[in-house]
Design a protein around this ligand. Structure first.
Ligand code: AMP
Length: 397
């Protein structure tokens, strides 16, 4: 593979896989353009070198044919504003029109192709479809970390049609990969992983893999109560996966064997119903009264977790500590974000990833106070589960 920054794109047509799977409202307005903004440096470098950029992406989950609501044409106007230059559009990603427009593309110009998932071949990783896409460009750049865990035609299969020196990560992908590698393979100890969110079942693999790397694992959010119950606690109506009680006990046992400290919230903010206006109180997390549920970590737990975070040199955060979408139950998530920001200022390396923790740092204004905020939810989770991501492997070859 080539290094993007060292590559001269002059006179080259770069076929760039981006992840523009952005949320749109019912007027087709983009409600969060983070993923688009994140690719601007890659595209600008190609254009500034004197190359042209052919952008390909998926959007939403079309059922295998064109659907207006999933058309990438809704992104043209905003993309040209972000780039400060016009964006051409091909209403297909393969076929004659795509080819003609790509062929006529001049240095400094940008072409956006129509949704890749209008072809079911994309998600199937179809080789013939990947080959057709590959003929549009001279160089392949993968800047779609958010889809790197999928072995799709445009994210993985296509790379084989470019020689190693003509395939590479874009700048976004490069920084995603190097931040993730820094945490997983070059972490300075103490290394704390903060895992929250709703379900234990979604996070078992990541916890298992981190048991070989982290010194401390903080478990918060709804998933903490399955652990509490597994340890014999009384959790009222709190979230609990009964079929994971055994798994929770096994994880605790493995952690003890590997000398990893597991930190569970000593107390909780509890509510009498799952509602923003519920009555609230506090209780020890292992003694929640009947009819009440834990919806956030309590004040003691905030202090307990913040101490661990303050003493850490590497911090990984995935998943909120409570129902942060409701004001009454966002204090714990905010306190953890503040502790991570303070520790980062004192020299720790902090990586925040996974949809809801990213939403939380953005909402509370902490995004620029942590070392890196990942754009890839599922991809980042699978990376930390220890899986090889097809989009990364295909470029490395
Ligand atoms: P996840 O997608 O697994 O990271 O879960 C994120 C979701 O977990 C958010 O929507 C939170 O509102 C929810 N959550 C966090 N803590 C709790 C809790 N104690 N009880 C119920 N849901 C929670």
């Amino acid at each position: 593979m080539s290094k993007f920054a060292d590559y001269n794109f002059s006179g080259q047509k770069a076929l760039v896989r981006v992840d523009y799977n952005v949320p749109l409202n019912d007027k087709f307005e983009i409600t969060d353009d983070t993923r688009m903004r994140a690719t601007v440096p890659t595209i600008k470098k190609i254009l500034n070198d004197g190359g042209s950029a052919i952008l390909m992406s998926h959007l939403g989950r079309p059922k295998g044919g064109p659907e207006d609501k999933f058309s990438l044409k809704h992104l043209i106007k905003h993309l040209s504003e972000l780039l400060g230059s016009p964006v051409l559009f091909a209403n297909d990603c393969i076929g004659e029109q795509a080819h003609l427009t790509a062929n006529m593309l001049r240095p400094g110009e940008v072409l956006l192709l129509e949704n890749l998932r209008f072809y079911k071949e994309e998600e199937k990783g179809d080789v013939a479809f990947a080959k057709k896409l590959s003929t549009l460009g001279d160089v392949y750049v993968n800047d779609a970390f958010g889809t790197a865990h999928r072995a799709h035609a445009s994210t993985a299969v296509i790379a084989q049609f470019f020689p190693p020196d003509k395939r590479m990560f874009g700048l976004l992908m490069e920084s995603e990969v190097s931040s993730a590698e820094k945490v997983l393979h070059q972490s300075q100890r103490p290394f704390v992983a903060i895992i929250g969110g709703a379900k234990v079942s979604d996070k078992i693999l990541i916890i298992e893999n981190l048991l070989d790397r982290a010194t401390d694992i903080i478990i918060g959010g709804g998933m903490a109560y399955t652990f509490m119950k597994a340890m014999g606690g009384k959790i009222g109506n709190s979230l609990c996966e009964e079929d994971r009680l055994g798994t929770a006990n096994e994880l605790l046992k493995k952690a003890a064997e590997k000398n990893v400290s597991i930190h569970l919230p000593s107390d909780s903010v509890i509510a009498d119903k799952f509602d923003a206006n519920a009555n609230d109180s506090t209780a020890p997390s292992n003694n929640i009264p009947d009819g009440w549920m834990g919806l956030d970590i309590g004040e003691n737990a905030c202090e307990q977790f913040s101490n661990v975070i303050r003493n850490s040199k590497t911090i990984l955060w995935n998943g909120p500590m409570g129902v942060f979408e409701m004001q009454k139950f966002q204090h714990g998530t905010k306190a953890i974000a503040m502790a991570i920001a303070a520790s980062t200022q004192n020299g720790a390396y902090s990586l925040v990833g996974g949809g809801d923790s990213v939403a939380a740092v953005n909402q509370f204004g902490f995004a620029d106070k942590v070392s890196y905020v990942s754009t890839g939810g599922g991809a980042m989770l699978e990376y930390f589960e220890g899986k090889e991501l097809p989009g990364i492997a295909a470029i490395k070859g």
